[in-house]
Design a protein around this ligand. Structure first.
Ligand SMILES: NC(=O)c1ccc[n+]([C@@H]2O[C@H](COP(=O)([O-])OP(=O)(O)OC[C@H]3O[C@@H](n4cnc5c(N)ncnc54)[C@H](O)[C@@H]3O)[C@@H](O)[C@H]2O)c1
Length: 274
């Protein structure tokens, strides 16, 4: 069901790798709600993923960009405005990567070279994006920026490694940019903390499936699906949330606020027996 909530809006979406990507679902929903879109990702993602396939199917433009490179970001923002014929109304930042996680380096045996890259890709890229947009006045007044995050930024989670630190930094940057960009252009800046979802990025996290199952059983409403994230993003990008800014919104079925439930105890007991 769609409501044309983004009709006439211009959006820029980072992070579509393949059909499992959270950004894939969000881009599709934004297009269905009437937005004109530019999708962006790295050269590597174009080679191994299917972002161009999605761009074609939803009539979106695609521009290659490494989000850690300010000059490429500047080109991306200028070109997006040219192609969409105006300032950008909304941006989705769905970018993260950790070589420590991918290569199964533990938090207590971290490679600092990889750690620096994790911070650059998963957090600093957001600052670089925001600074480039701010200096070039690329976002329309009242625009909306959303970055995706995870609860490991707030609570220690075995196995999530250096991305936990990057996410904490990302959320802080979103608050700071919300103040700065809000004061000048009423631009809203928020993060959404999503339930665990099986994607290319999450596959690097050892024990992911087990953890996702546990979270699903602990959350009173169960894990939020990618489609439920997509409709939340549409609402955040629409004109219906004009004063929501500098927030970290948990889209997790209540997981982040739950200590223990009867449903979880039943699940735990059944696991012990099997
Ligand atoms: N999957 C989950 O369980 C989950 C939960 C909460 C939050 N998130 C967050 O959602 C976002 C999207 O991740 P996903 O799970 O959909 O996985 P994904 O692998 O589909 O997306 C990660 C994206 O980051 C892109 N990327 C990496 N380095 C980049 C760079 N230098 N420049 C531009 N793009 C770059 C990749 O190409 C890829 O498209 C991430 O920020 C992730 O941390 C994921």
């Amino acid at each position: 069901m769609t409501h044309n909530l983004l009709c006439g809006k211009r959006g820029l979406i980072f992070g579509v790798m393949d059909k499992s990507s959270l950004a894939w679902h969000i881009a599709k929903q934004c297009a269905a709600e009437g937005a004109d879109l530019v999708l962006t990702n790295t050269h590597e993602a174009v080679q191994i993923g299917s972002v161009c396939e999605l761009a074609e199917s939803i009539n979106a433009e695609f521009i290659e960009c490494d989000a850690t490179e300010p000059q490429q970001l500047e080109y991306l923002l200028k070109e997006t405005q040219r192609l969409l014929a105006g300032k950008i109304d909304f941006v989705l930042h769905a970018v993260a990567q950790s070589q420590n996680l991918r290569r199964h380096r533990t938090y207590h045996d971290t490679s600092y070279n990889y750690f620096a890259k994790t911070i650059d890709t998963s957090a600093m890229s957001f600052h670089k994006l925001m600074q480039t947009a701010y200096k070039n006045d690329a976002i329309a007044n009242g625009g909306s920026i959303v970055a995706l995050t995870y609860i490991a930024s707030e609570r220690s989670l075995d196995g999530y490694n250096d991305i936990a630190d990057a996410k904490a930094m990302l959320e802080s940057m979103a608050r700071n940019w919300g103040r700065i960009y809000g004061e000048r252009n009423s631009v809203r800046v928020n993060t959404i903390s999503q339930s665990p979802t099986e994607t290319r990025a999450s596959r690097g996290f050892d024990g992911f499936q087990k953890f996702s199952q546990l979270a699903d059983n602990l959350a009173p409403l169960g894990n939020a699906t990618p489609q439920e994230l997509a409709t939340l993003c549409v609402a955040m990008f629409s004109d219906y949330m004009p004063k929501i800014t500098m927030q970290n919104i948990h889209n997790d079925g209540g997981y982040s606020k739950t200590a223990l439930t009867g449903k979880f105890i039943d699940f735990w007991e059944s696991q012990k027996k099997s």
